[in-house]
Design a protein around this ligand. Structure first.
Ligand SMILES: NC(=O)c1ccc[n+]([C@@H]2O[C@H](COP(=O)([O-])OP(=O)(O)OC[C@H]3O[C@@H](n4cnc5c(N)ncnc54)[C@H](OP(=O)(O)O)[C@@H]3O)[C@@H](O)[C@H]2O)c1
Length: 332
C-alpha cells in the first residue's frame, strides 16, 4: 500500500474537520498519514495517529501547538515548512485565515513548499488572488502540484478542457444566498435577515467579507485565473454587495416570482478579462434559481457558445472531501 506523508498548516475549523474526515476515509491503495502540523504558534512533527487525535482535541480548547508540545522542538511556520521534505511530507494542506490584502502569510508558505518539491492543497483564497502566477511558476520549478478546489467550491468542468472560456458566471457564497432567501421568503429587512443568519451560525460575527461581495469577488477571480488566464487584480473588480439597498430588488423578485442571487461574473471585454460582482434578478428557468444555502454553481461559457455547468458539493463534509480529492490528484 502506498503511504503518503501530509503536513497540515492551519488547525482551525477546516484543519480539524479534515483530521476527523481522515479517520473514516478509506482509499484503497493509499494511506494518508499526517506527519506534521502547524498553527500560528509553530510547527511540530507528529509521531502517531493517536498523538494527532490528541493535538486536534487540544486545539478545540483554543490553545496552541507550542503549549501542547511542552518543551519539544516547535519551529516557526516559515522555517518549519523548509524541513518537511526531509521528513517524508509529500503534500501540504494549507488552511490559514484568508488575508485578502496581500495573501500572507499563506502565500510565502505555499511558495516555499512548492519550490521544495512539496505539492500543496489550499483552501485559502488570499494566496491565489495575489500570487496565482508566482505560485504556478514555483510549482513548475519545484516539480510539484497546486490544487485549490476548496477555495471556490466549484471546479471548471472536465468537458471544457481544450475550449477557450469566454465567460464565467457563479453563485458562490452561502451567506448571501441565505440572507437573500430569508429577505424574500419572510419579507424581512436585510438587517433582520443578517441577524437570523448570524443566529443560525451561517454568517460570521463580522459578515463584511461575504455581504460586501469580497468572497464572491475572490472566488470568481480564482476561477477566471484558472480558466481564462485572467491578469485582473482584486482592486479592479467592480463589486456591489448586498445591504439595505438590496431590499427593493428583493421586493421586485417576490412580486414577479424571481429570486435574487449575488452573482460573480468574469468576461472578456476590450481584450481583457473583467470581473464584476452584483446582486441580480434570477429567472425560474436559470440554474441559479434553485441554488440556496451553501450550494454553489458556476456556468462556464466556451468560445463555441456551449455552456458547461459545475455544481459544488454542499454536505457538511464537503470541504474535507474537496481537500481529499485534491490530495489524490496531487499524488496520482
Ligand atoms: N470554514 C469553512 O467551511 C471553509 C470553507 C472553504 C474555505 N475556507 C477557508 O479555509 C481557511 C481556514 O478556515 P477556518 O475556518 O479553518 O479558519 P480558522 O478556524 O481561523 O483556522 C485558521 C488556522 O490557521 C492557523 N494559522 C494562522 N496563521 C498561521 C501561520 N502563520 N502558520 C500556521 N498556521 C497559522 C490558525 O492558528 P491558531 O489556531 O493558532 O489561531 C488556525 O489554526 C480560510 O482561508 C477560509 O476562508 C473555510
Amino acid at each position: 500500500m502506498q503511504e503518503v506523508g501530509l503536513a497540515l498548516f492551519g488547525l482551525g475549523n477546516v484543519g480539524r474537520a479534515f483530521i476527523n474526515y481522515l479517520r473514516n476515509a478509506a482509499d484503497p491503495g493509499t494511506r494518508l498519514r499526517v506527519n506534521a502540523v502547524a498553527d500560528s504558534s509553530g510547527g511540530l512533527f507528529v509521531e502517531t495517529a493517536d498523538e494527532l487525535a490528541r493535538i486536534s482535541q487540544f486545539k478545540e480548547s483554543g490553545l496552541g501547538i507550542r503549549e501542547f508540545a511542552r518543551g519539544r522542538d516547535v519551529q516557526e511556520p516559515g522555517e518549519f515548512v523548509k524541513l518537511l521534505r526531509s521528513r517524508g511530507v509529500a503534500v501540504l494542506v494549507e488552511s490559514l485565515p484568508t488575508n485578502i490584502k496581500n495573501g500572507q502569510p499563506g502565500l510565502d508558505l505555499i511558495r516555499t513548499a512548492l519550490e521544495n518539491g512539496i505539492s500543496v492543497v489550499t483552501v485559502d483564497k488570499g494566496p491565489l488572488v495575489h500570487g496565482f502566477d508566482l505560485l504556478m511558476e514555483a510549482a513548475r520549478q519545484g516539480g510539484s502540484m497546486l490544487r485549490f478546489s476548496g477555495t471556490t467550491g466549484v471546479v471548471p468542468p472536465d468537458e471544457i478542457t481544450g475550449e477557450g472560456v469566454v465567460e464565467i458566471r457563479g453563485v458562490l457564497n452561502g451567506t448571501t444566498n441565505y440572507v437573500l432567501d430569508e429577505m424574500r421568503e419572510r419579507s424581512i429587512s436585510f438587517e433582520d435577515a443578517l441577524a437570523a443568519a448570524q443566529e443560525a451560525g451561517i454568517a460570521e460575527p463580522d459578515p463584511s467579507l461575504d455581504v460586501e461581495g469580497w468572497d464572491t469577488a475572490c472566488k470568481t477571480l480564482i476561477l477566471a485565473k484558472t480558466s481564462m488566464r485572467a491578469k485582473t487584480r482584486l482592486e479592479e473588480i467592480s463589486r456591489i454587495g448586498i445591504g439595505g439597498e438590496t431590499e427593493s430588488l428583493v421586493q421586485t423578485a417576490r412580486a414577479r416570482g424571481l429570486a435574487v442571487r449575488l452573482v460573480g461574473r468574469a468576461r472578456i471585454w476590450q481584450g481583457r478579462v473583467r470581473v464584476s460582482v452584483a446582486p441580480k434578478l434570477i429567472q425560474p428557468d436559470s440554474p441559479f434559481f434553485s441554488i440556496s444555502g451553501s450550494s454553489k454553481l458556476a456556468v462556464f461559457r466556451a468560445e463555441s457558445g456551449r455552456e458547461f455547468i459545475s455544481r459544488g458539493a454542499s454536505s457538511r463534509n464537503s470541504i474535507a472531501e474537496l481537500i481529499h480529492r485534491d490530495i489524490i490528484e496531487c499524488i496520482s
